[in-house]
Design a protein around this ligand. Structure first.
Ligand code: NI
Length: 395
């Protein structure tokens, strides 16, 4: 006979609730930038070691893994949380603001880490009921390419993992809602740099120059023709030029211009065609005007594409734990997330936990100096992780 899980879990989650809030506040006060999460990872490592039954290790310099091996054999479910902060000066005024000037947890990763610690503490007490293994992945460096996920995977954290899940606290989504997306959820995130070499000279004698500014402007405009002119309009693509550097003064045509930007797609196959399509435009325009170029395209994060079966489990969990009205079937967005790296190794699903609250004034977007989350969301995240993990282990 099956034990009705809600009864046992929820009393344990109740006990861990205030720990999770305290951990989140501690982490919020001590934010660290990507690849520099030394104190954060040490705090996570020591906290995990204080729970019974976990095998805790550091797969890379600033990441942490904990394994909870059940009494019976079964599947391996991994849960991932990211831990890094951003180079932002915090403008919040509550009593646990950042103590590291110029660095802030402005994306909610402090909450992600705290929720996963709470999940680990709770599940460690339920070790007898676990068939298989739960693996807790505390990832460094989500905010910066090349990202920490790939490093952790190279260190073996995904070996033998059957399913992986993760979540983002999401301030645009009201507290109480859980956001679920089937299939593509977030975009690939690649970057490019381009230098256009012309020939500098006097602005009054442009015919004696190869005007890198005028040529670069053509390139920027024509790159936009790739979207829906060189690719299917039904494919979602963003191609943004975000930097254009050239020139020093009003009467000198510069010899070169530097451009950089990013591309986003929801489909890996479309993504792979972009460098070639871009280079065709760049080459055509620079050739036509006698300029040369250096083009460098960097593949960053894969798109986040949720597995159908795992997403079904997440959806069922939302409805069972919080009721149908909590479920928000969301659209994909063109942001990037290196949770996708874990999905390259095992089927997985990423979801959102609503963390905004108009009434409490929690309305600022992610990466804003006044960003924060409604702390009531933390318990909901822990509940999602625990209930979904048991369902996934049972499948
Ligand atoms: Ni984030």
């Amino acid at each position: 006979m099956k034990v009705k899980p809600e009864l046992t879990f929820d009393s344990l989650i109740d006990q861990v609730k205030s720990d999770v809030i305290n951990w989140r506040r501690y982490l919020h006060q001590h934010p660290e930038l990507s690849f520099h999460e030394e104190k954060t990872s040490q705090f996570v490592y020591e906290t995990l070691q204080s729970f019974n039954g976990l095998e805790v290790s550091k797969p890379t310099k600033t990441s942490v893994m904990a394994r909870l091996i059940g009494k019976q054999p079964g599947k391996v479910v991994a849960i991932r949380a990211d831990m890094d902060a951003l180079p932002i000066e915090e403008e919040n005024t509550f009593e646990f603001t950042s103590q590291n000037s110029g660095v802030m947890h402005a994306c909610g990763h402090d909450g992600h880490t705290a929720m996963l610690l709470g999940t680990a503490k709770t599940l460690a007490q339920l070790q007898d009921q676990i068939k298989g293994e739960v693996r807790f992945l505390f990832q460094h460096a989500e905010e910066t390419l090349p990202g920490g996920a790939q490093e952790m995977i190279s260190a073996g954290v995904m070996d033998n993992v059957d399913v992986v899940i993760g979540t983002h606290l999401w301030s645009p989504l009201e507290i109480g809602k859980i956001g679920v997306v089937y299939g593509p959820m977030m975009a690939s995130m690649d970057t490019f740099t381009l230098t256009i070499h012309g020939k500098g000279g006097h602005a009054a004698l442009p015919h004696q120059t190869i005007d890198s500014i005028a040529i670069a402007a053509q390139v920027v405009t024509n790159l936009q023709h790739i979207v829906s002119r060189n690719t299917d309009p039904l494919d979602n693509i963003v191609l943004s030029v975000t930097q254009f550097i050239g020139g020093t003064t009003f009467n000198v045509i510069p010899g070169s211009v530097q451009i950089c930007g990013t591309t986003r797609t929801l489909d890996s196959r479309v993504r792979e065609t972009l460098p070639e399509l871009m280079e065709r435009v760049i080459k055509g325009i620079t050739d036509a005007h006698g300029a040369t170029y250096a083009f460098h395209y960097v593949f960053g994060y894969h798109p986040v594409v949720n597995n159908e079966q795992v997403t079904r489990v997440i959806e069922d969990t939302v409805c069972e734990v919080f009721g149908n009205e909590a479920l928000d079937m969301m659209r994909p967005n063109m942001g990037g997330e290196d949770f996708s790296a874990f999905q390259q190794k095992a089927p997985g699903t990423y979801f959102y936990v609503g963390a905004g609250n108009q009434e409490k004034g929690i309305i600022y977007p992610h990466h804003h100096p006044r960003f924060t989350v409604d702390e009531d969301a933390l318990e909901k995240g822990v509940k999602m992780f625990i209930h979904a993990t048991f369902k996934l282990l049972e499948q």
